[in-house]
Design a protein around this ligand. Structure first.
Ligand code: ZN
Length: 355
């Protein structure tokens, strides 16, 4: 019954680069592993540009661009057709991990992808949670497995960022019972639970990821979803303090940041040069569980970052998808807002354009 201020934000105050979207997905996926570089498209630039223009979203970064011919098509349809409005990242072909020369050939594939126009490398949570020694069977392959070292290094040499998703929300590693704060979500999607079985703990997964950050100081990593630990900003701060080659995005985590507005505001102050705007948006019609692209989604993100509004929904749904709570706006000052909306992304993407 609470009645609070409602400050509609129809356009972002500064041009926005959304560093985390999915405009296409792998044609073929087995047990969470992309088995093909070819893509299934969810939208065309013509579908997306009118919404982007209305909301002041200057560019979308499509993280899941695939590899090979699939990647080439993504780049042609988006990046080349609409320069500076779309950027495509490549993904590794983990299905080939058993091949004897995989370590080298995967690094070479990233070089090829970069030549074909990819602006970064995306690592899905596949690594650490799905990819196994027999691809889909056998023991899990560690995030810090030495086979991937050449791949991380080559990204540093090419000066392209690695957008990396490791582990998942803390609640997904806890028993799915009445004490789990995301019980409804996990009941609806039991396969999102990584509790039990042979899954590593969240702490083990993040520790392995941090060893990768430490071993590859010349590679820029974008630790997605607030470093995959938005529930514990002290932990994320520790990671950012230890590794100057790491930055974070806020995609699909305003529900977490917005329920701790004072800690979140301090976090934005302190790491204002290393926090990037992202949503995890996907165009409508997608069968993946991300947030749907559109005005409503962006309005909530802008309201969260720009206004002092209190206790509002973090998602454009009747039932909050990540847990039954609401959020508080941060009212970021303009100098921080412009960095989060675009300057930090411009730097990470190595864009040489104006904003
Ligand atoms: Zn995503």
């Amino acid at each position: 019954m609470l009645r609070g201020a409602r400050t509609p934000i129809e356009r972002a105050r500064f041009p926005v680069i959304d560093i985390h979207t999915h405009l296409c997905w792998a044609e073929e996926q087995v047990s969470g592993i992309e088995m093909s570089g070819s893509r299934r498209y969810l939208a065309t630039p013509a579908d997306l540009l009118p919404v982007m223009d209305r909301m002041n979203v200057r560019a979308l970064v499509n993280l899941t661009g695939g590899w090979g011919t699939g990647l080439g098509e993504s780049v042609t349809q988006f990046d080349i057709a609409e320069p500076s409005r779309f950027y495509t990242f490549t993904t590794p072909d983990f299905g080939r991990v058993l091949e004897p020369d995989y370590s080298r050939s995967q690094a070479d594939a990233v070089v090829d992808a970069h030549r074909a126009g990819a602006r970064g490398l995306k690592i899905l949570k596949t690594l650490g949670l799905f990819l196994r020694e027999g691809v889909t069977t056998g023991p899990l392959i560690g995030v810090d497995d030495a086979r991937f070292d050449p791949m991380w290094d080559v990204c540093g040499q090419l000066r392209i960022p690695v957008a990396i998703h490791v582990s998942d929300p803390a609640a997904f590693f806890r028993p799915v019972d009445r004490f789990n704060e995301r019980y409804e979500e996990l009941s609806a999607h039991p396969d999102w639970s990584f509790h039990g079985g042979d899954f590593p703990s969240k702490a083990q997964l993040l520790a392995a990821r941090d060893r990768v950050f430490a071993r590859h100081p010349n590679t820029q990593f974008l630790a997605l979803h607030v470093g995959n630990f938005a529930e514990d900003l002290e932990h994320v701060s520790g990671c950012l303090d230890r590794f100057p080659n790491v930055s974070v995005d806020i995609a699909a985590r305003i529900g977490e940041l917005g329920r701790q507005p004072r800690a979140a505001r301090k976090f934005f102050d302190r790491y204002q040069d290393r926090v990037l705007f992202g949503t995890d948006a996907t165009p409508q019609g997608y069968d993946m569980p991300q947030q749907l692209f559109g005005e409503q989604l962006y309005e909530i993100y802008f309201r969260f970052l720009e206004t002092p509004d209190e206790y509002f929904d973090y998602a454009p749904c009747d039932i909050p998808p990540q847990g039954r709570w609401r959020i508080y706006g941060l009212e970021l000052p303009e100098d921080i807002l412009i960095k989060v909306y675009n300057h930090n992304a411009v730097r990470l993407l190595g864009e040489n354009t104006q904003t």
